[in-house]
Structures are given as C-alpha cells and as structure tokens.
Design a protein around this ligand. Structure first.
Ligand code: SF4
Length: 372
C-alpha cells in the first residue's frame, strides 16, 4: 500500500526529473515554511518542497556557521554540489533569521531567481493584511518573471482547489492514524506525507485517494500500545521512525511544521488573495516562527495532545533551531503541569547513527508504559 510513496522518497531526483519533463513546467524549490504552493502552481510552475536533506555537510560550512540548523545547511549544500540543477528558482518565506540570511546568500552565490514572502510581525490582523498587500503583489510579479505566465483568477481558483483537496486527504490520513491506532506504521505514515513534497499535487492526490480508501476499509488493530504525540519543526530523519515501529510505539498525532501545521491549513481563499494568504499563514495551527497573539500555542497543543489520547509528548528538536528552542521550555512546563510526561530528543538531518536516539526514545516509552 505504501510502496509507491517509498519509491518517490527513495528516488527524489528521478521523480522530480520525470514530472518536470511531463509537465513542462519550471521547478521552483520551496524553502520552509508556509509559502502557499497554490501561487506557484497558478503561475505555471511545479513547486517542490525543500525541508532539508541528509547530505554530508562539507561545502556549506564555508558560508554558514556550524551552529546553524541542518535544514539550512543541507539545502545550501544541495545547491553548492550541483544537486539541484532542475530547480529554476527558489521561493522563501521570512520564517526565521536563518532563512532570511540564507536567501541573501543565495542571491550572492547563485544566479537563480529567489522570491520572498515576507511574513508580517504585527499586533493586529488589519496591520498584517496591510503589510501583506504589497508583499503578495511583489511575489506574484516575481513568479510571473520566472514562468512568463501571469497568475489569473481562474488559475488561482484551480490551484486552490487542487492543493486544498490534497491537504484534506492528508488530514484524512491523520484522522485514520488517530482513530485506528497502530494500523499505519510510523515509518510508512511519514513517508506518505514526505512524498507530497516532491510530487505534482494531482499525482499525489490520486495516490492518497487510493491509500485513504484502502485504509478506511481496514479494521483498527487491537491491543494496547504506547501512544505518543510529537512536536517539532521538521519530522526528518525518516529513518528514526523505524525505531518507533521496532519499539511498538504509535505516534498518534504531531505538531510538525512540515506535518500537521501545514496539513491543517484550509483551502486558500482566492477571492481576496491578501486576506486569503493572511488566513493561510496564521491559521489554524500556531507556530513558534509566527507571531500571533490571538492563537496561543499552549492551549492549542494541549488540546491536540488530549484529543488524540497520547500518553506523552516528545519534543523533536532539530539542533540549533532557535524559534523552536525558545518556545519549548514553556510548552513543556505547561504540558507537565497538566500531567503529561514530556521528553526531548535532539536530531540533525544528516545523522546516520541512531543508537543513542534509540536508547533515549526507548527509555521514555518505558516511562510511558509505567505511567499508563
Ligand atoms: S529549522 Fe528552525 S532555524 Fe532552521 S530553517 Fe527551520 S525555523 Fe529556521
């Protein structure tokens, strides 16, 4: 059932190359996080999401300090070693200082065009929208320059429908995982989500339709196993999910920026694009990188953890991610006060030895077994 998704994730360059020539659309590399892919598709390009990779980091050290996150370092490494030849241009958001600086590095080092959707930091929704109006206009102009195709109301509506349906199917997959605990292996689940980073939305959608229909027919497995909630920015390295599978632990929900925080987004409203993008960026899930006084992360996360019936919460810390690190102590304390056991693991995308991680995860899950 999950084989087609594994096939994509194990052959990323081949997948992108195949669809680039089939679609005859320029490939736009989308950096973390929340750039609405709808805009890129509507402008006639093929968006692929770059949430980092597991390349050994050798060349990027010349431009980024070793205490930058492995997400930024590894995407830069990919371009530096010529591994992103099919990417015509890059779409950034101003998610964090690292990414803002990374775009400047790209502008100096490479001659590929870069766009930035600058995310406002404002006190009110009105101010947010006022700021975004000029930003959105600049982004659309930039996209048109790359593709030679102007975004039209019709192409936007079609793109919004396409990506809206894709995320709705991903949400169904999340729902199945919550309701039929243990039916989907952790490694398979995240592979299915990750495949969507590289496939054209229409192709991915068909694969998800089949998968969801098949899973819905299957019964939930019986038996009691540890249920875990995981929170962090990026769910990689994928290999770690084999550890959870070996330990017979079920991740029942998550709060990853490239997981639920993105999957939960409703259809992009395109009638008033600025309002639509403001909603899209800030709702429904809060994020450590977004300033939104109206959407408290403590409350949101606690509700998520309670709703999925998790026995405990694991913070998945991609090393040196400042926004994530700054939020974690308060979130962790709040969850502990509510009676949830909490632990943290540090990961790097390029890591290849998982023994220490296995010991730590295993120790935490033993505590959860005793706790339940
Ligand atoms: S992992 Fe953190 S520091 Fe790195 S790019 Fe993402 S938000 Fe920025």
């Amino acid at each position: 059932m999950f084989e087609p998704f594994h096939e994509v994730v194990n052959n990323i360059s081949r997948t992108i190359g195949k669809y680039e020539s089939e679609l005859s659309r320029p490939v736009i590399g989308v950096m973390p996080a929340y750039f609405p892919l709808e805009l890129i598709w509507a402008a006639g390009a093929y968006p692929v999401q770059l949430w980092g990779n597991n390349l050994p980091l050798e060349n990027s050290d010349a431009y980024l300090q070793s205490y930058c996150c492995s997400v930024a370092r590894s995407v830069l490494e990919l371009e530096l070693i010529g591994g992103a030849k099919m990417v015509t241009g890059y779409a950034f958001t101003s998610l964090c200082d690292t990414l803002i600086n990374l775009r400047e590095i790209y502008r100096r080092l490479f001659d590929k065009p870069t766009l930035e959707l600058s995310i406002p930091i404002t006190q009110t929704v009105q101010a947010r929208k006022a700021y975004l109006s000029s930003v959105v206009e600049t982004v659309l102009e930039g996209l048109e320059k790359i593709t030679g195709t102007a975004v039209s109301p019709q192409s936007l509506t079609e793109a919004a429908r396409l990506y809206g349906r894709t995320r709705a199917l991903q949400r169904q997959l999340y729902q199945i995982r919550r309701e039929k605990t243990g039916l989907v292996k952790n490694y398979d689940f995240y592979t299915a989500i990750k495949a969507g980073f590289f496939l054209p939305a229409g192709v991915y959608q068909q694969m998800l339709e089949t998968l969801v229909a098949d899973l819905e027919k299957m019964p939930a497995p019986g038996g009691k196993r540890v249920k875990l909630f995981v929170s962090g920015m990026i769910f990689d390295p994928l290999e770690v999910y084999r550890i959870f599978d070996e330990l017979a632990v079920d991740i029942v929900d998550d709060d990853f920026a490239n997981g639920w925080r993105t999957v939960s987004k409703a259809d992009l409203k395109v009638d008033n694009l600025v309002d639509g993008i403001a909603d899209y960026l800030f709702n429904p899930a809060p994020c450590c990188c977004l300033y939104n006084p109206d959407n408290d992360r403590h409350t949101y996360l606690l509700k998520q953890v309670k709703d999925c019936g998790a026995d405990g919460v694991l913070f998945w810390y991609v090393k040196f991610c400042e926004p994530d690190a700054f939020d974690r102590p308060q979130l962790s304390n709040h969850l502990k006060q509510q009676g949830f056991p909490v632990s943290t693991v540090d990961v790097e995308l390029s890591m290849s030895n998982f023994e220490a991680l296995k010991t730590r995860i295993s120790a935490f899950c033993e505590i959860l077994e005793g706790h339940g």
